[in-house]
Design a protein around this ligand. Structure first.
Ligand SMILES: Cc1cc2nc3c(=O)[nH]c(=O)nc-3n(C[C@H](O)[C@H](O)[C@H](O)COP(=O)(O)O)c2cc1C
Length: 312
């Protein structure tokens, strides 16, 4: 079994489709994030060298500490994708956690939590095909009557995976309710490989509490990083000194400009850029007005002009 990389920082950026492109990952890295993943990429599409899927594999300048996250249901296509593309990445992560209808309907993502033999086959074959560590991202189960993260976790570990990320909600819950951190604690107690805890870390105090309560090895932050890449620095500062500084409105706008500059450098997808830009305006005066203007913007410069005009 290949070891999960030893990271200096405790924080990991969650894979988020439409959000964690290379510009956003570079931004988070600049603010102290220790590790990140590509957006989930279809193994079926990569196996046939689909150009749109290959765009998602592009890395930022000098980017290291990055996992390639694959979703799918066809073991052969996972293996093909790994053989073709692994050389550019630190590890391969298999998505057994996505609850989106279009993914579940193709038998991929969290749908596989109902097929433990298939999970075993996928992980075993991926581990055999891979020169780098293979990890998995899972949910707690299908619904609250079919909680099976412990059974699935053990299968994944025994199949040779190097770490597991648990987002402790069920498929049925999607993103509603609260994530059950007790599941992360149980998984950590039962398994020997590193466990990455994920779900509802909104501020540094949450990260510290998850690490303390669950003893997980790393914490993964998703939604709270949207519009606030500095959350990684806030967490690292808080873990070391029990203090952290929150971003002012001015800081947020300057982080947005930093983000837009990176998107310009990497020619990111404009509709994703607009969605992402809106998150930086959360809590800012006249935020809803600004968001309406962002919706109408046609270029990155037009987004910038909105902020230049109101002089935040
Ligand atoms: C817009 C969006 C896109 C996501 N895309 C992915 C994905 O591509 N792969 C994945 O494993 N999880 C994906 N997730 C789930 C997150 O990685 C994470 O597990 C979830 O948001 C819970 O963490 P949080 O409470 O810190 O946001 C996505 C979540 C959001 C909100």
């Amino acid at each position: 079994m290949k070891d999960f990389p030893k990271l200096k920082e405790k924080t990991i950026l969650a894979p988020m489709a439409g959000i964690t492109d290379r510009a956003f990952r570079e931004l988070c890295k600049n603010y102290g994030c220790g590790f990140s993943y590509t957006e989930m990429v279809s193994a079926n599409a990569l196996a046939r060298s689909n150009k749109a899927a290959e765009i998602l594999l592009k890395k930022a300048d000098d980017e290291c500490n990055i996992g390639l996250q694959l979703f799918g249901q066809n073991t052969e296509n996972f293996v093909k994708s790994i053989k073709k593309y692994q050389k550019d990445f630190s590890l391969i992560d298999i998505n057994f956690g996505c609850p989106a209808k279009e993914i579940i309907n193709q038998g991929a993502g969290a749908a596989l939590l109902a097929r433990k033999n298939k999970i075993k086959e996928i992980i075993e074959d991926c581990v055999n095909a891979s020169d780098i560590p293979v990890t998995a991202k899972i949910r707690s189960g299908l619904d609250d009557k079919k909680i099976n993260f412990l059974e699935i976790g053990k299968i994944i570990e025994n199949a040779g995976a190097s770490a597991i990320t648990l987002h402790p909600r069920t498929i049925k819950q999607a993103y509603s309710g609260k994530s059950n951190w007790n599941h992360i604690k149980q998984l950590k107690e039962e398994l020997n490989i590193p466990i990455i805890g994920n779900g509802d870390i909104n501020q540094p105090e949450d990260a510290e509490r998850m690490l303390k309560e669950t003893k997980c090895d790393y914490v993964m932050i998703g939604r709270a990083s949207r519009g606030n890449p500095r959350i990684f620095k806030e967490i690292e500062d808080y873990l070391k000194t029990r203090k952290y500084a929150l971003s002012s409105e001015k800081d947020r706008v300057s982080q947005l400009f930093e983000y837009l500059k990176l998107e310009e450098k990497y020619s990111g997808d404009f509709s994703n850029i607009k969605t992402n830009a809106m998150y930086f305006t959360k809590g800012i005066k006249k935020g809803s007005l600004i968001r309406a203007e962002i919706t109408r913007a046609k270029t990155i410069q037009e987004i910038k002009n909105i902020f230049i005009k109101i002089k935040i």
